[in-house]
Design a protein around this ligand. Structure first.
Ligand code: MAN
Length: 564
């Protein structure tokens, strides 16, 4: 394919211009027709002081310094070697060296375009630009370029249809990604709302638990004596007393059992003796028997009435029952570690015991408050500094700390989410939808990987570790001017979005690796090309729907239709 080194511009036609088309000299585009209307004379476009006869137009001799008298020949091409060709709007610029953008090919059936004047009548058919072959009008060296616009136009439209279809699909994908990104953003916002509400609740809870903790701690100060972790002296004493009472209860039960056995035996013996007295024969004058009967009669006379032990037995029975089943001592009350009663406080409590219950509570509270006041003013020693902490205080403190820690964790998450919302995820937040997804490409001895807004990697196919080629730091823009392949892959021409990946693995004798990821519109995410432009400085050309723009159909397309 012939190298095109000059600007090819697409013309704009209007109906009025179309009307004047037939009268336009060869090679003049519709937008320049007005300069060639006069039948009396021709004025050089950029040099109005030079007036020529209309016959000097396209006479293959360059009269105007801007070449405007030779729109259809290559006679003025030497001017273009003096200065670069000017763009279309240069026609109105006084300083422009060349007034015209090139030779205008009508290309009926396809798209009109300008071909550089150097290509005019050079003996080569330049169908890529001039499909109607009109640039070879002189038939130099018997060159004959037939008009191929019909077939080329047809083929072009077929490919254009595929391209448009793919562009539409890409735009749809982009719209989908924008939608997903918006949903993700809304999700983050909703999580922020939830967290804020949770934090509010937890903060109130923490404040209440803090209040309780401080109150418990304060009360702890009001205690007269503390013992290190094993409960107060009263508690210890209560434990000992309980055990002793249990021992005595067991002993009493044993003695009562023995008593009952002995009572039974005495009753039996008394029955034997009474029977013996009744049934003996008094005619046997036995002195031993007489003394025994006398002794029994004395015993029976002195014994008197049988004592009523029933009340005593009821008491014994009640005492013998465990405290939990009887109305005995409520040991639980005395065994509570945090109970404020205490041996040294005994006198105070003894005094309080004489007071009616409601007054007792009131007095107790006032006394505790007074004690705390004295501690807080340095008059009494502070038990809180004794090194040990009661279970009540440590429980209250840990309850408060647990909730307070939860508040801290939630606040950190909230901070992260809020920061995420202010982070740059590109236009329309679109890269939020792709974040942490990756694409890779096989290229020579490496496989390259690009993770969106993550990192770029070079993976050796011969084994060994991966090499980090940088981590995403920011978005940028660069201007590119490159070819697009027949498959539509390539950066093309214009400003392109760039993702900068920096601070990759250090390069021996060089910088930290970095990657410039240049994006162009494509239907799917794909790494097209990876180049190491300088040592450890890489460029990845990547196709992605994220950067597709709504197609603005060129005026040229319209023109082609108008011209058809
Ligand atoms: C590795 C690769 C190359 C790089 C050299 C630098 O071989 O990362 O791309 O040029 O290291 O030493």
């Amino acid at each position: 394919m012939r190298q095109i080194d000059a600007l090819v511009l697409i013309g704009t036609l209007s109906t009025s211009i179309l009307a004047a088309e037939s009268s336009r000299p060869r090679g003049v585009g519709p937008e320049y027709a007005k300069f060639y209307k006069s039948t009396d004379s021709f004025t050089c476009i950029s040099n109005p002081s030079i007036k020529l006869s209309p016959s000097q137009i396209n006479d293959d001799y360059c009269d105007c310094p801007d070449g405007s008298d030779e729109p259809g020949t290559s006679a003025c091409t030497y001017i273009s070697t003096l200065s670069p060709p000017q763009p279309l709007n240069a026609a109105t610029s006084k300083n422009a060296s060349l007034a015209l953008p090139g030779f205008y090919c009508k290309n009926k059936g396809h798209t009109p375009s300008y071909i550089p004047h150097t290509y005019v009548n050079d003996g080569v058919c330049d169908y890529e630009i001039c499909c109607d072959g009109s640039d070879e009008w002189a038939g130099v060296g018997s060159t004959k370029c037939e008009d191929k616009c019909k077939e080329i136009g047809k083929e072009w439209r077929k490919l254009d249809e595929i391209r448009q279809k793919s562009a539409r699909a890409a735009l749809q994908k982009k719209a989908q990604l924008v939608k997903e990104a918006a949903a993700l953003r809304a999700g983050v916002q909703s999580n922020i709302g939830k967290l804020q509400a949770e934090i509010q609740v937890q903060e109130a809870k923490a404040a209440e638990l803090k209040r309780v903790y401080e109150e418990v701690e304060r009360r702890e100060r009001g205690k007269v004596v503390k013992s290190a972790g094993k409960g107060s002296k009263v508690t210890v004493l209560a434990g000992l007393a309980k055990a002793r009472v249990e021992e005595l209860r067991n002993a009493l039960t044993g003695i009562v059992t023995k008593r009952d056995t002995l009572k039974e035996r005495v009753a039996k013996l008394e029955t034997i003796l009474a029977t013996f007295k009744e049934e003996r024969n008094p005619n046997f004058n036995d002195e031993g028997v007489k003394r025994a009967v006398q002794a029994w009669e004395d015993y029976a006379a002195n014994k008197g009435a049988e004592a009523d032990d029933s009340a005593e037995d009821r008491d014994i029975e009640s005492i013998s029952k465990p405290d939990s089943e009887s109305e005995g001592i409520n040991w639980a009350e005395w065994e509570t570690e945090d109970e404020e009663s205490d041996v040294e406080a005994h006198l105070v409590y003894k005094f309080e015991e004489y007071l009616p219950a409601p007054v007792r509570t009131w007095v107790h509270q006032r006394l505790t408050d007074l004690r705390i006041l004295l501690i807080e003013n340095g008059i009494l020693a502070d038990n809180a500094n004794s090194g040990s902490e009661s279970k009540a205080v440590s429980d209250a403190r840990s309850a408060y700390q647990t909730v307070n820690d939860e508040v801290g964790t939630k606040q950190a998450s909230l901070g992260e989410l809020e920061a995420d919302l202010t982070k740059d995820y590109g236009t329309d937040d679109i890269f939020r939808a792709l974040k942490d997804t990756c694409v890779s490409k096989d290229s020579g001895e490496y496989e390259y990987e690009l993770c969106w807004l993550g990192g770029t990697k070079q993976k050796s196919k011969k084994g060994g570790g991966n090499t980090g080629m940088g981590n995403f730091v920011r978005f940028d823009k660069i201007y590119v001017d490159e070819e697009v392949g027949a498959d539509g892959k390539g950066l093309g021409q214009g400003e392109r979005t760039v993702l900068m990946y920096e601070n990759g693995q250090h390069c021996w004798n060089g910088p930290n690796r970095q990657t410039t990821v240049v994006l162009a519109c494509a239907e799917t995410d794909e790494i097209w090309k990876v180049q190491e432009q300088e040592k450890c400085m890489y460029r990845m050309d990547v196709g992605t729907p994220t950067v597709c723009e709504k197609e603005v159909r060129s005026q040229g397309d319209k023109a082609s239709k108008d011209e058809l």
